[in-house]
Design a binder for this molecule. Structure first.
Ligand SMILES: NC(=O)c1ccc[n+]([C@@H]2O[C@H](COP(=O)([O-])OP(=O)(O)OC[C@H]3O[C@@H](n4cnc5c(N)ncnc54)[C@H](O)[C@@H]3O)[C@@H](O)[C@H]2O)c1
Length: 315
């Protein structure tokens, strides 16, 4: 979409830096790469160019975006390597240092979907999604961590999803990967803080081919729903938040999960004990029935889906 992009202002300390954005040939990653370039960042545009379910390969999206960035006067290089294999993921990071001589930011954004109702989900559907999202985020981050540790600086942004944080139907593979990414980011933020390295997650909601695949009730409702979401939740609304979290303006922000949907932002809670019980005599069925089943009843997290938690349209 060639909308008029709003000026998002200048981020501190980004000019001359180098970023890898995975899956940036299309959708959200593409907008993040473009907005980084506008901040003076050189970017590795990594995209293997697969179909939504992860099949086929096409160097077109990555190459085209590099040409577009060069035409704008920016610096970019294309990588069509997959994030889903260790060696190939390392080659994406190596391309950044070989081409631009340094690496400062990593955005783990590449993704595929293989939605299936759980009792029909095959091991292949589960593994393929875990490989790209979770293993891919690990491989790319692990390769970058070596550089970040030595230079004592660096920032990660990883794409999580409300599908994992809250819940959705038919996405057990994707939800598992996206919650895994939260754990990965949290661990990175704790372990790498002493090297001045930060890590945060974004849970985005933006119209892209991923959203197009979500079914509506009737074809008319689906069309209307998609049109409304296309207008109100756009990838370029996610990008400033990713840019901000990478830059020095967010130097004190790490280990967080920020939701972005249209012009709305959310800071997500992270699991901590909500209720605590101790019984010196141990737990019997009667005590559990009374104190957990009844006593905690009002505190249990309901079986809600994302749409139940966000019943309003993005503003
Ligand atoms: N669009 C949303 O509303 C939404 C919601 C929640 C989370 N997300 C997450 O945001 C990220 C971007 O989503 P999008 O909507 O822009 O999707 P998209 O399908 O438009 O873009 C994803 C890109 O990743 C690339 N890719 C897939 N497998 C790859 C691999 N192995 N190596 C390198 N590149 C690969 C694809 O070719 C594609 O261009 C994903 O991680 C997605 O799960 C998106």
């Amino acid at each position: 979409m060639a909308e008029q992009h709003q000026d998002v202002g200048t981020a501190n300390g980004m000019n001359g830096k180098v970023a890898v954005v995975t899956g940036s040939g299309r959708g959200i990653g593409r907008e993040i790469a473009l907005q980084l370039v506008k901040q003076g960042v050189s970017v590795v545009i990594n995209d293997v160019g697969v179909s939504l379910d992860g099949k086929g390969e096409d160097s077109g999206p990555a190459m085209e975006l590099v040409r577009e960035i060069e035409a704008m006067g920016g610096k970019a290089v294309a990588s069509t390597a997959s994030v889903a294999e260790w060696e190939s993921a390392r080659s994406i990071i190596a391309l950044a240092t070989d081409t631009f001589g340094r690496l400062d930011y990593v955005v783990n954004n590449a993704g595929i979907l293989r939605d299936k109702i759980f009792h029909q989900m095959s091991p292949e559907d589960y593994e393929a999604v875990i490989k790209v999202h979770l293993m891919g985020s690990f491989y790319v981050s692990r390769a970058a961590a070596e550089i970040f540790r030595k230079q004592e600086s660096g920032a990660f942004v990883h794409m999580s999803s409300t599908s994992g944080l809250i819940g959705s139907i038919g996405q057990a593979n994707y939800a598992s990967a996206k919650m895994g990414i939260v754990g990965l980011s949290r661990s990175l933020s704790l372990e790498m803080a002493r090297f001045n390295v930060r890590s945060n997650c974004i849970a985005p909601s933006a119209f892209s081919r991923m959203i197009e695949s979500v079914p509506g009730a009737t074809p008319e409702q689906q069309a209307a729903n998609l049109e409304m979401r296309r207008a109100r939740t756009r990838p370029e609304q996610i990008a400033p938040v990713a840019v901000y979290l990478l830059g020095d303006d967010a130097k004190d922000i790490s280990g967080q999960i920020i939701g972005v949907r249209g012009n709305e932002l959310y800071l997500y809670s992270q699991p901590r004990p909500m209720r605590i019980l101790q019984n010196s005599e141990g737990w019997t069925m009667d005590r559990l029935r009374e104190q957990v089943g009844e006593g905690w009843k009002k505190s249990f997290v309901p079986l809600e889906r994302t749409r139940d938690v966000f019943p309003w349209q993005a503003q």
